[in-house]
Design a protein around this ligand. Structure first.
Ligand code: FEO
Length: 395
């Protein structure tokens, strides 16, 4: 499939309608994804990125319908991760001497994965590749989100090829931001940012400001996943700047798991207390054992504060909560408040353990936590309700 983007630039990627898990099983993709590859046919011909390995043969077959592969002068690898480079071995079998332009770190990641000694041409920020009347300008973007990542910019057409940045895992036959459901688009873009880019927020802000100081007009942003931003592309840049600054809404999210409903009852009573104390705040309850982990993280991203609850089991916490806390440690959310809760029958370590994990993950703990013995009775329920009311003032 070929989708014209602008003048001599077209999308030649793959829409992966069926994808439901990405990064192994780490990231849910409820709406599939796309692997965006772009073909630029100026006096010189450049191919930007490829697609994930399972679609390599299909990609190369389709590409041969667009262009005699021998006529491709340059391959650009903006990022070595296999969802963008996976078709390189299949492609390079056909054109083994075509140079691949990439960062020095991408040479490492590409060689490390494919063990091929292709003609790598290392580029740095500001380097230009002339395509005739237009140039490709390279901009290194380390840690957005790999050390090998880079953007490139096509002069004349004013297109920023941003690779993973500004993307979404969102399959649509309408490949442009103005043609898709706007609420689906923003929620997928937010989920992508929350789950993938949160650890690099400081770098996101710095890189965007660096690109803005170059004063390059940007008419179109061609990402490597999801839609092409052609209608007011600045909107996603501005949204990223907002998200990068310790983003939060007036939301409190209660995340818990439960064995025999004691901790669930606590969560619900705490929620009632919060709602009683503040009618303006959005309160969301998430049973982490039942709900999608990445959707839960997106709700945490939106929250000014979270409560995390688990009963005590074997002097520890339930595994769904442990997994969530480990994920939070890696993501490193900033400027969010937190508190813990949980019921217990014997030793009651869970609240203390959750506190330690949340502190290590960078949350500001506003209380030592609430423990309730066995299933909450009327007094226990009242204590939870009052805990919610009290925390609302501290959040
Ligand atoms: Fe879409 Fe970092 O790969």
């Amino acid at each position: 499939m070929n989708i014209p983007v602008k003048d001599n630039v077209s999308w030649v990627g793959k829409i992966d309608w069926e994808l439901r898990k990405f990064h192994g099983n780490e990231l849910s993709t409820h709406r599939g994804s796309t692997y965006n590859s772009y073909l630029i046919k100026e006096e010189k011909i450049a191919l930007i990125d490829t697609v994930w390995g399972p679609f390599a043969k299909e990609f190369v077959r389709n590409l041969t319908r667009e262009i005699d592969l021998e006529k491709i002068d340059y391959v650009i690898a903006n990022h070595g991760e296999t969802d963008h480079s996976g078709a390189l071995p299949e492609l390079m079998k056909q054109i083994p001497n075509t140079p691949i332009y990439c960062t020095s770190n991408a040479v490492k990641s590409l060689k490390g994965q494919y063990h091929e000694d292709w003609d790598f041409q290392v580029v740095k920020t500001g380097d230009r590749l002339n395509l005739g009347k237009k140039d490709l300008v390279f901009i290194e973007a380390p840690m957005l989100h790999w050390p090998d990542s880079m953007f490139c910019y096509l002069t004349g057409d004013n297109i920023l090829f941003s690779n993973d940045a500004f993307g979404e895992h969102y399959a649509s036959e309408f490949m442009f931001n103005d043609l898709v459901d706007q609420s689906e688009l923003i929620s997928e873009a937010m989920k992508y940012y929350a789950n993938i880019l949160t650890p690099f927020s400081a770098l996101v802000e710095k890189k965007i400001k660096e690109v803005l100081t170059l004063n390059l007009p940007v008419d179109v942003i061609c990402t490597s996943h999801g839609v092409i931003w052609r209608d007011n592309p600045k909107q996603i840049i501005e949204t990223y700047l907002k998200w990068a600054k310790s983003y939060k809404e007036n939301q409190i999210t209660i995340l818990y798991d439960t064995m025999w409903n004691g901790t669930r009852v606590m969560a619900e009573q705490i929620a009632e207390g919060i709602v009683h104390a503040d009618k303006t705040v959005t309160v969301k309850l998430i049973n982490v054992g039942q709900r999608d982990k990445n959707d839960a993280i997106t709700e945490i991203f939106k929250s000014k504060a979270i409560l995390v609850g688990s009963p005590t089991i074997n002097k520890g916490i339930l595994t769904a909560i442990a997994a969530l806390l480990e994920e939070l440690r890696g993501l490193g959310f900033k400027e969010k408040k937190a508190a813990a809760f949980g019921c217990y029958g014997w030793s009651g370590e869970s609240v203390h353990l959750i506190n330690d994990h949340l502190k290590a993950a960078g949350f500001s703990m506003v209380h030592d936590g609430l423990k309730v013995l066995w299933n909450p009775d009327d007094a226990g329920r009242k204590a939870c309700f009052e805990y919610g009311e009290m925390l609302t003032k501290k959040f």
